[in-house]
Design a protein around this ligand. Structure first.
Ligand SMILES: [Zn+2]
Length: 80
């Protein structure tokens, strides 16, 4: 009889709550701004202009998309 059915999600959330999130960089936006996802619970965060991490909302993701394309264009125009 399986009495102890552990949910991986809640277990990992406990790990995050105890030890903090283990973020891995998932996308580089600029030299100073990247997006990260927690390896354990899948929480997404991003660097902001203040240099701190904030939760990656849909709106911020859109802003990052614009920023990333702007940054890529800017970097292409390096004078020879
Ligand atoms: Zn986490």
């Amino acid at each position: 009889m399986e009495k102890f059915t552990t949910s991986p999600f809640s277990l990992l959330s406990v790990v995050c709550a105890t030890f903090g999130h283990d973020y891995a960089e998932t996308r580089k936006i600029t030299n100073h701004i990247s997006e990260y996802t927690c390896c354990h619970c899948g929480k997404e965060v991003t660097d902001n202009m203040k240099g701190t991490l904030e939760i990656l909302t849909v709106k911020i993701k859109e802003t990052n998309n614009v920023l990333a394309s702007f940054y890529a264009k800017k970097n292409q125009k390096i004078p020879a």
